[in-house]
Design a protein. Sequence first.
Length: 256
Amino acid sequence: MVYSQPQQMPVVYAQSQQMPMVAAPRTAELRGLAPVLGVASVRLPASGTQNRSGTTWFTVEVYPDNGGPAWSVLRRYSQFRDMRKKMGCMAARLPNAAFPRRGVIGCERSKQKRLRALEQWLASTIQHAHRYTAWRTPLRVFLGEAPRAAPVLLQNYAVPLATPAPLLNYAVPSSAPAVTAPGLQARPASVPLTPPVESTMTMEIEVPAGVSAGQLIGVEVPSGQQLMLTVPNGVMGGQLLRLRYDPVAQSIQPLL
């Protein structure tokens, strides 16, 4: 008997699909994430150059683009050079604004030439910062920040006497006597529906702050006059005090 060998099925290996590579965004695409410089121009006045212990310091006047007040910072030549290194090689090859060398020590003409070159180079970097957004961070550190306005101190105003809020019981004027014709009997007057009117009224005031028991305070009554009141015991400034006001006798008494 002849046995036929089973045919082996070919094994097919599926190739894994490669995930597409996502390119990192360029610097130009991240401009929206770069800090805003907020500087319109700079100036290095010759009168602002100072010599401290053999080291030359340059005064950099910074003018913001929002029209606010300018400010100034003191910087050495080495700080200019360090910032240029942080910006990269493009900062050293700006058109018509080459970064100056240190110059000859002790030569006044060389110092003035270096001062003008530093001013021109710094102004050019600010103009190109809208394109090279990576320059903005070192420029902000180098130029400093605008001085913040000093906080306005609120004055401690004296607490005025509280205007009393009287609980008035207004009197209802009596009606005029009825006039009857001759021969007619007058009707008896109707009984008034309003409750009897009290001759005094109750008012409430707030004791001024800082006042203690035994001191005199002035209280303005509804008639417009100001009556004096001795603060009773147990009452201090800031508390509410109920008073009884007699408009006839022009007197006030605390209700405790």
